[in-house]
Design a protein. Structure first.
Length: 388
C-alpha cells in the first residue's frame, strides 16, 4: 500500500473552533498549501508582508507532502491586502479575531486520503476494516509525526534533561535534519564541527538568515559556558514540545506493553520511535483495552490499575529514570502535565468514497477514504489499522 504517492493523495482540512469577526486587532486567514511545509509557507507570507518580525500563528502543524487547508492569524489589521495565490500556496482573508491562534485552537481535522498500489484482496481487506473501525474505533496511539524525524542514537532530548545531562541534550538539539531550512542546517553543521568553541561558532553563523533563536543560545554559551542556562534560552514552545513528545512516547510504550500482556494475538507495527502493538479488529480484543484508564505521566501521576503501574515502573527503570525526575526541577517553567487520553478513538463519518484502477500504478487498484478526527489523533494510525 502506498500513501502520499502524490500530494493530492492526502488532503487535510482543519475544523476550526474560532469564527471570524468583522472587527479585531488580529487578521484571520485560510491558508491552502500544496507539498509545502509550514516554515516555507511562513516565509512566503513574510515576503508579502515585507516584515521578518510579523507574528504569524497556527492552531496546528500539518504535513508537508499533502494538500492542506488550515487557519492562521497575523497580528495587525492587514485584511484583504495580503490575499495571494501561487502554484503551492494561497492565502484568503476571512475576517478578524481578538487574539492570535494558539496550538490546539481547533476541533479536529477532516481527511480525504487515497491509498494506492493495492491488489484486489487488499481492497477487500480495507473495505472490511473500514466497517470494523466504524464499530470498534482504533487504538489512539501517537504516531511518528509527534517525534519529528528518526530519533538520534542517543534518544529523546527530554530524557537527558531529566537526567541533568544538559550538554548532551543541547548537542542532540543541534543535530542537522532534513526538515530544517538550508540556513539552519548549515548553522547546525558548524556548531557540531566546532562544539565548545563558542566564539568561533558565533563568528561563523551570525551572518546566516533565519537563525535568531540559535544565535541566542550561542551568545549564552559565549558569556556563561553553562549548558542549562543555554537550553533555557530556547523558545518556550519548542521546549514544551520536546517534553510532550517524550511523554507521548512513554504513553505509547505503556499501552503497547499492556496490549501485549493482555491479548493473545497481536500485531507489531514499526514507527518512528520503535514499535506499536495493535490488537486484531475484533470486539473481544477491543473490550479488553477500551475501558483502561492510562493517564499521561508526570511526577505526581497515580496509576490506579496495578498492572499499568507495574508496566510504567518497568519502562522508567529501563529509561534509567525515576518518576521524581520527571519534575524537571531545574528547567523552571517547563514541566510535564498529566492528562487523560482516550485509549480508543472513533472517527466520524468514516467511509470509502471511491475505488477503482490505480491511475499511477499499472495493474493496481486504489481506494479513497474520508473521515473526521478530533484534535490530537493521527490519521496515519488509522491507516496502519486498515492494514491489520
Amino acid at each position: 500500500m502506498k500513501i502520499k504517492q502524490l500530494p493530492e493523495d492526502f488532503v487535510v482540512e482543519e475544523i476550526s473552533s474560532i469564527g471570524p469577526k468583522k472587527k479585531g486587532p488580529v487578521s484571520l486567514y485560510l491558508l491552502e498549501k500544496n507539498n509545502l511545509d509550514v516554515l516555507a509557507a511562513k516565509g512566503e507570507i513574510r515576503k508579502k508582508i515585507k516584515s521578518k518580525q510579523a507574528t504569524i500563528s497556527f492552531a496546528g502543524i500539518k504535513d508537508k507532502r499533502a494538500i492542506t487547508k488550515q487557519f492562521l492569524t497575523i497580528k495587525g489589521k492587514y485584511g484583504d491586502k495580503l490575499n495571494f495565490k501561487t502554484k503551492q500556496i494561497s492565502l484568503t482573508h476571512l475576517g478578524f479575531t481578538q487574539k492570535p491562534l494558539k496550538t490546539g485552537d481547533l476541533k479536529g481535522n477532516r481527511f480525504t486520503i487515497t491509498l494506492r498500489d493495492l491488489n484486489k484482496n487488499q481492497v477487500k481487506q480495507i473495505k472490511n476494516n473500514v466497517e470494523k473501525i466504524k464499530q470498534l474505533g482504533f487504538i489512539n496511539y501517537f504516531d511518528s509525526q509527534r517525534f519529528g524525524e528518526a530519533l538520534p542514537e542517543e534518544g529523546f532530548i527530554a530524557k537527558h534533561l531529566m537526567r541533568e545531562n544538559y550538554e548532551l541534550a543541547l548537542k542532540i538539539y543541534f543535530t542537522p535534519t532534513e526538515k530544517i531550512s538550508p540556513e539552519r542546517k548549515k548553522a547546525y553543521a558548524i556548531i557540531q564541527k566546532n562544539w565548545g568553541k563558542w566564539k568561533k561558532i558565533q563568528n561563523e553563523i551570525q551572518s546566516l538568515d533565519g537563525i535568531k533563536n540559535e544565535l541566542k543560545v550561542i551568545y549564552s554559551l559565549v558569556e556563561n559556558n553553562d549548558f542549562l542556562k543555554a537550553f533555557k534560552v530556547i523558545d518556550l514552545k519548542i521546549r514544551e514540545i520536546l517534553m510532550a513528545s517524550y511523554q507521548s512516547y512513554l504513553w505509547n510504550k505503556a499501552l503497547s506493553q499492556f496490549i501485549k500482556l493482555n491479548i493473545e494475538k497481536t500485531n507489531e507495527v514499526e514507527y518512528g520511535a520503535g514499535k506499536l502493538i495493535f490488537p486484531n479488529l475484533e470486539k473481544e480484543d477491543y473490550d479488553k483495552v477500551s475501558h483502561i484508564v492510562l493517564p499521561m505521566i508526570d511526577k505526581d501521576t497515580i496509576f490506579r490499575n496495578p498492572q499499568i503501574k507495574e508496566i510504567m515502573e518497568r519502562i522508567l527503570k529501563k529509561e534509567k529514570l525515576t518518576q521524581e525526575q520527571l519534575k524537571l526541577k531545574k528547567m523552571g517553567n517547563v514541566f510535564l502535565r498529566s492528562r487523560l487520553r482516550d485509549i480508543v478513538i472513533h472517527p466520524k463519518q468514516l467511509k470509502v468514497v471511491s475505488e477503482g484502477e490505480d491511475t499511477e500504478n499499472s495493474g493496481k487498484q486504489q481506494v479513497t477514504i474520508k473521515f473526521d478526527l478530533q484534535k490530537g489523533s493521527y490519521a496515519t494510525v488509522l491507516l496502519k489499522t486498515l492494514e491489520l
